[in-house]
Design a protein around this ligand. Structure first.
Ligand SMILES: [Mg+2]
Length: 241
């Protein structure tokens, strides 16, 4: 593995426990039966996809072909809901991810955001680091919601992020919670860390993750910039970011 100079973060499920899943589920009333919209369903069909594509996938599976014609309306309703939830502050940072991003920043890596969702910056400006700066301020580039011909698992968004931080794909590491995101990273020639917050370690490994952890505190930051990606030994304490 070559040395690593940049880290590209997915946002939802990696940095932020965001209200996307909740908004998709609540918006479903009136379009299809929300009972089938489980977390597993969300992860498999919606997470990481562009909004309209996600809406169509949900209605095709839960509402049938008639319902699928209303994808745009469903997507609009979901967007209105999530805007409100973000405005209200109905989301939480994952503290391990905040520590990890801060540690990579200190280690001199360039950081980029590459969520399929346009809402990333709105959430990250509302989250504060221990020193009072916003979480968003750690990042050198934000490609979230940038229009690309194809969403993840296509690598287009990650390749744009690499370009934005002037780093070759081989020197980028991607942090992702969704199998489609891991596939996108690998398709782009990047190293991929899978963060399994939902007990889905196997899916992330199968998608091609170079390392799968259940907390980003487990990643050894000290050796990462030199190109050695590994989990730290369990007994080593986590330094404060
Ligand atoms: Mg995600």
């Amino acid at each position: 593995m070559p040395s690593l100079r940049a880290a590209i973060f997915d946002v939802d499920g990696v940095l932020v426990n965001s209200p996307h899943e909740r908004a998709w589920r609540e918006a479903l009333k009136g379009f299809a039966d929300p009972a089938g919209f489980t977390t597993a369903f969300y992860q498999a069909n919606v997470a990481g996809r562009p909004r309209l594509e996600g809406a169509r996938a949900v209605l095709e599976r839960l509402g049938g072909p008639e319902a699928a014609r209303r994808s745009a309306d469903y997507a609009d309703k979901k967007q209105a809901l999530i805007d409100r939830l973000i405005e209200e502050g109905s989301f939480e940072v994952f503290p391990d991810a905040m520590r990890f991003a801060a540690a990579l920043n200190v280690a001199g890596l360039r950081l980029a955001l590459a969520s399929s969702s346009k809402n990333a910056a709105a959430m990250l400006t509302r989250l504060k680091l221990p020193d009072g700066r916003t979480l968003l301020s750690l990042f050198d580039a934000d490609l979230s919601g940038h229009e690309v011909p194809k969403g993840k698992p296509d690598p287009a968004l990650f390749l744009l992020a690499a370009e934005a931080v002037k780093t070759s794909p081989a020197q980028c590491i991607v942090v992702e919670d969704a199998p489609a995101g891991i596939r996108a990273a690998r398709a782009g020639g990047m190293t991929a860390i899978g963060i399994a917050r939902l007990g889905d370690e196997v899916l992330l490994s199968e998608a091609g993750a170079d390392l799968v952890v259940t907390s980003l505190d487990q990643v050894e930051v000290a050796t990462l910039a030199e190109g050695t990606l590994r989990a730290r030994a369990a007994q080593e304490p986590v330094e404060d970011a």
